[in-house]
Ligand binder design. Structure first.
Ligand code: CDP
Ligand code: CDP
Length: 221
C-alpha cells in the first residue's frame, strides 16, 4: 500500500508521515531530505546551483540512504551522516533552486519509485500524489496557514537555539512555497484525487487519527 502526503513547507507532513508509518508498520520516505542532500552536496562541492550538468555528474556517484536511528531516521550521503547538516538554513534557502532542475527531479523520482516498489510506504513531499506515485491508494494534501507554519518553525528553532525572527521565517516560508508552486516541472499542487487536511487548528494526534481513519476506509472500499 502506498500513502502519499504532499503540501507546503512546515504543514506537518514529515511529523505526521513518520507517526502514521510507525502505526501501520510501513516504511517512511522523506523525499524532501533527498532534495536537501543534493543541495548540501552542491554547496559543499561549490558547484554553481544552476549548473545542472555538474550537479548530475556528482549525483550519479552519490548514494542517498535512510537508516532507522535511535530516535529518528538518519540520512546518509554515501558514508557521511548528513541528518543535521541538511536542515541548516543555507540548504533550506537554496533547496528550491536545486529542486527545480528537471534532470535532478527525474533521477530522484526514479529512486523514490524504486524504494516504493518493494515496500508498503508512506512518502511525503511536493509531487508524490501527482507525479511519483500517481496510483497511491491514499493521497493527502496537508496545508496550514503561513502564520501557523512560521510559528511551528519558530518553536522548532528555539529548541535548537536559533532565534530567527518570526516575520523572517514567515517570509522565507512564503517565498519557498511560491518557488515550489511555480516551477515548470512537477510544481506543488493538489492531485485531483487527494484529500485536503488543514492542520492549522489540529494537534498532531488529531491529524494522525484522521489519516488512520482514512486508511481504514480506503482498505474497506
Ligand atoms: O520540511 P520542509 O517542508 O521544510 O521541506 P522538505 O519537505 O524538506 O523539502 C525541501 C524542499 O525540497 C522543498 O521546499 C522543495 O523545493 C523540495 N522538494 C521537492 O521539490 N519535491 C519533493 N517531493 C520534496 C521536496
Ligand atoms: O514536513 P513539514 O515541513 O510539512 O512539517 P514538519 O517538519 O513535520 O512540522 C513542522 C513542525 O510543526 C514540527 O515541529 C511539528 O511538531 C509541528 N506540528 C504541529 O505543531 N502541529 C501539527 N498538526 C503538525 C506539526
Amino acid at each position: 500500500m502506498q500513502i502519499a502526503i504532499d503540501g507546503p513547507a512546515s504543514a506537518g507532513k514529515s511529523t505526521i508521515a513518520k507517526l502514521v508509518a510507525k502505526k501501520l508498520g510501513f516504511i517512511y520516505c522523506d523525499t524532501g531530505a533527498m532534495y536537501r542532500t543534493v543541495t548540501y552536496m552542491a554547496l559543499k562541492d561549490q558547484l554553481p546551483l544552476d549548473d545542472e550538468t555538474a550537479i548530475m555528474q556528482h549525483l550519479a556517484k552519490m548514494v542517498i540512504r535512510f537508516t532507522p536511528g535511535e530516535t529518528e531516521q538518519r540520512v546518509f550521503m554515501n558514508d557521511e551522516d548528513v541528518t543535521l547538516a541538511i536542515r541548516e538554513p543555507d540548504v533550506t534557502n537554496n533547496v528550491s533552486q536545486v529542486s527545480a532542475l528537471p534532470r535532478v527531479r527525474t533521477e530522484l523520482v526514479k529512486r523514490q519509485r524504486d524504494i516504493a516498489a518493494t515496500h508498503d510506504i508512506v512518502m511525503d513531499g511536493r509531487d508524490i500524489g501527482t507525479t511519483v506515485l500517481p496510483n497511491a491508494a491514499l493521497k493527502i494534501f496537508m496545508v496550514a496557514s503561513v502564520t501557523e507554519r512560521a510559528k511551528r518553525r519558530y518553536k522548532e528553532n528555539i529548541q535548537k537555539g536559533i532565534t530567527t525572527p518570526l516575520a523572517t521565517l514567515e517570509a522565507e516560508i512564503a517565498e519557498r512555497d511560491r518557488k515550489d508552486s511555480h516551477r515548470a516541472v512537477s510544481p506543488l499542487r493538489q492531485a485531483s484525487d487527494a484529500i485536503r487536511i488543514d492542520t492549522t487548528d489540529m494537534s498532531i494526534d488529531e491529524v494522525v487519527a484522521r489519516i488512520l481513519t482514512l486508511v481504514t476506509e480506503t482498505k474497506t472500499h
